[in-house]
Write a new protein. Structure first.
Length: 263
């Protein structure tokens, strides 16, 4: 089926806010949001900043994003920079990472983000694992002191056991971002994972795997997984479910799969 034949929209049709990323069509953030505004409830702004390249929006772009949100009943989630090392063993690197995240939070504050998604990366090569959690603790303190509301700071599960940072999440009242793809890639029992973390889950990431490549159409998750998620998610909740994919083809395929899943 040609892409232009599949113009499925699930906006406002689900008991949660359905979202996807700001990189669905090969263009900058504004054209992507314009393309998505009438088809989803939320857009995940994937932002990054480095010495060589940055996609941080300027004030004019932020103003336009806010206008589109108000006109289209749209919300935004903000994925904090992937290269932020909040548990770094080197204090200067950790402190710079907190500063990077707070710059993004301040820049997007006018958008009233539904959530900020954060990676609490594991210790890097050669770093002392014993100092990792204390470093994360200081970083989370810094993020909250900088104005990020605890319930809007969503910690995403990565490749290590999530229990290793559960104490930090509970202590500070943080929310969870359940990445279903990461759970399945790790060979973890998904029903048990949902039992444990769904009550704290403010954001969920959905994506499948095709030919060993992750972040592909949610349809690749398969009927058993989608059926389980339908059972667990079909209750009214203050939650965003993000199709964390990065192409129009995967976006269109995902919407077709989810529409079928809803029947």
């Amino acid at each position: 089926m040609a892409l232009d034949d599949r113009q499925v929209s699930l906006k406002g049709r689900l008991p949660f806010r359905l979202g996807t990323t700001s990189y669905i069509i090969p263009a900058d953030i504004l054209p992507n949001v314009e393309f998505l505004a009438e088809r989803v409830d939320d857009v995940e702004l994937v932002l990054f900043e480095s010495d060589l390249i940055s996609n941080l929006p300027d004030a004019t772009t932020i103003a336009r994003l806010r206008e589109m949100a108000e006109a289209n009943a749209l919300t935004y989630t903000v994925h904090l920079p992937l290269d932020a090392r909040l548990g770094a063993g080197t204090e200067a690197v950790r402190h710079a990472s907190v500063g990077m995240c707070l710059r993004v939070a301040e820049l997007t504050r006018r958008l009233d983000p539904f959530a900020y998604v954060a990676h609490l990366d594991p210790p890097g090569a050669g770093e002392d694992p014993a100092g990792w959690r204390p470093a994360l603790h200081r970083s989370v303190q810094g993020l909250l002191a900088g104005g990020i509301e605890p319930r809007r700071l969503c910690v995403e599960n990565l490749s290590y056991p999530f229990e290793e940072v559960q104490g930090i999440m509970v202590e500070f009242g943080l929310s969870v971002c359940i990445d279903v793809g990461h759970v399945l890639l790790g060979g973890i029992d998904l029903p048990a994972y949902l039992d444990r973390y769904l009550p704290r889950c403010r954001v969920m990431h959905l994506h499948g795997m095709v030919d060993g490549k992750d972040h592909r159409s949610a349809g690749a998750l398969g009927s058993p997984t989608l059926g389980l998620l339908r059972e667990r998610l079909m209750v009214d909740a203050e939650r965003v479910v993000t199709l964390e994919i990065f192409s129009r083809e995967d976006f269109e395929d995902s919407l077709v799969a989810l529409e079928e899943w809803m029947r």
